[in-house]
Design a protein around this ligand. Structure first.
Ligand SMILES: [Zn+2]
Length: 201
């Protein structure tokens, strides 16, 4: 009996370490070293509900496609607070949504931004539940991102708080964005010089 007990303690400890290691390794918010290729509205319109289920994790699906909300002050919020500069993309369609330039600490338990990085990529819809809340959706895939609150008195340029579910964001660190931009510029310069060479300039 004692042996069985100590064995189960060991098994539980090992499992605990494994779960901890896995959690440490896999961030809730996906991180990409490359700028992800954004889908078009047309491409997105062809994705069926079944296909969304396959492409997204159950939590991403519940938030993005079923207007769910992640737990406040969860692991993803801790990750968000620790992240340095970078850009945030939609996990569903890779549309650029937010940037660390507009990130601020609202201490509300969810990632907060005072503005989208490209306003045309984010749309606001008044909730039909009578709460008067304004829902925020990705303009490309119509995925639910969170809500926007105005006039709360935050000391930011817009006094808006985009309260966003970090689970449906994909983070690209600033270094990766810079490297990708440089690579694109180098590629463009190479093309131009090749064209010049062909023309005999
Ligand atoms: Zn999207």
């Amino acid at each position: 009996m004692k042996k069985a007990f100590s064995l189960s303690v060991i098994v539980a400890a090992v499992l605990g370490i494994l779960v901890y290691a896995q959690e440490k390794k896999d961030p809730v918010m996906p991180i990409s070293k490359e700028i992800p290729k954004a889908m078009s509205k047309e491409e997105v319109s062809k994705i069926s509900d079944e296909e969304w289920k396959k492409r997204l994790t159950p939590e991403q699906y519940a938030i993005l496609r079923k207007s769910g909300t992640e737990r406040s002050n969860g692991k993803v919020y801790k990750e968000f607070k620790q992240q340095g500069g970078g850009t945030y993309f939609c996990v569903g369609c890779n549309t650029e949504l937010f940037s660390s330039k507009e990130k601020f600490d609202a201490q509300c338990g969810w990632p907060a931004f005072y503005d989208p990085s490209k306003s045309k990529n984010v749309k606001s819809v008044i909730e039909t539940d009578g709460s008067g809340r304004i829902e925020v959706r990705c303009a490309t895939c119509d995925g639910h991102l969170g809500h926007v609150f105005k006039g709360e008195g935050f000391n930011t340029p817009t006094d808006q708080r985009y309260c966003i579910n970090g689970t449906v964001l994909k983070f690209v660190p600033a270094e990766a964005v810079e490297a990708a931009k440089k690579a694109m510029a180098a590629e463009a310069a190479k093309k131009t010089s090749e064209e010049k060479r062909k023309k005999g300039e």
